[in-house]
Design a protein around this ligand. Structure first.
Ligand code: NDP
Length: 265
């Protein structure tokens, strides 16, 4: 059997944990696969690159998730619904697209009990797929964003939305930082006076950023709230992508221990 090639595609990709996660799973499960990284500047060339490099599967990161959606020949129903693709598998020359970020995120939230009302801080691409899957799963999702422009598609989908200025704080079970505030800076995702009203009324706070303690999670901890960073989301989206890569030859439970090692090495 020939070795199959996989990659994380985006710009930048040098920081990505995906090659380590997937190569540990290939090695641990005895699959002949090799996962690398590919920095792509022009998203419109995604399809020809996949074919040219004969990539069996890819994950797509910032800023090409929408281009990935457009590059696919076939979309699974959820990817079609949210319009964002982060996993592509090539089968017989055709590109099959999936969104694994959102189910990965949903699974990461399963450790919290009794959650109904969720407040998203941020309304970017990640918020789009995750808000939809949470709503489908029965959560009530409200979006709070710095600027009004990005809220429009959410309003059209019937979500309750607000900018900081127009917002009237009330009680939410879970507050989630869906912004990139805190990723490469020490900023909070919204003005602190708002968070000082919201966090004490919440049960827990979650950040999608991983690998560091953000100012948002630090503030939540100062109120003695349970917190969770984005590591589980990253792990679970990777496992679900791997299930597609191996055409379901291995189960989630078989893949997980191998991939999880990437977080302790
Ligand atoms: P986008 O660029 O699509 O959206 C960014 C969002 O953050 C917008 O709502 C923007 O608001 C807001 N924002 C940015 N800076 C600030 C700030 N200083 N203060 C307040 N709001 C701010 O990003 P993505 O949705 O693709 O990614 C969001 C986060 O999710 C990133 O940190 C990314 O690393 C993380 N992520 C984590 C994953 C994981 O597996 N753990 C997977 C995918 C993403 P505005 O509209 O006003 O500009």
């Amino acid at each position: 059997m020939t070795q199959e090639l996989f990659a994380i595609v985006g710009n930048p990709v040098s920081h990505s944990k995906s090659p380590l996660m997937h190569n540990l799973a290939f090695g641990g499960l005895g699959m002949r696969g090799c996962y690398t990284r590919y920095r792509l500047e022009d998203g419109s060339t995604l399809k020809e690159r996949i074919i040219q490099l004969n990539l069996k599967g890819i994950n797509i990161t910032v800023p090409h998730k929408r281009s990935a959606y457009e590059a696919c020949d076939q979309l699974d129903p959820f990817a079609q619904k949210v319009g964002v693709v982060n996993t592509i598998v090539q089968r017989e020359g055709k590109l099959h697209g999936y969104n694994t970020d959102a189910p990965g995120f949903l699974k990461a939230l399963s450790r919290f009990d009794g959650i109904k009302k969720v407040l998203f801080l941020g309304a970017g691409g990640t918020a789009q797929s995750t808000a939809i899957i949470l709503r489908d799963a029965g959560y009530e999702v409200t979006l709070l964003n710095r600027s009004s422009g990005r809220l429009k598609p959410f309003e059209e989908m019937g979500f309750v939305c607000s900018t900081f200025e127009a917002f009237t704080p009330t009680a939410y079970d879970l507050i989630i930082n869906m912004t990139s505030a805190g990723l490469e800076d020490e900023l909070l995702p919204c003005p602190q006076p708002l968070l000082d009203l919201l966090i004490p009324q919440s049960r827990a706070c979650v950040d999608v950023i991983y690998g560091k303690e953000t100012p948002f999670l630090r503030l939540a901890k100062s109120y003695n709230k349970p917190t969770q960073d984005g590591s589980d989301m990253l792990l679970y989206q990777g496992i679900i992508a791997f299930e597609h890569f191996c055409d379901y030859r291995y189960s989630f439970e078989e893949i997980e221990p191998h991939m999880r090692r990437a977080f302790s090495l």
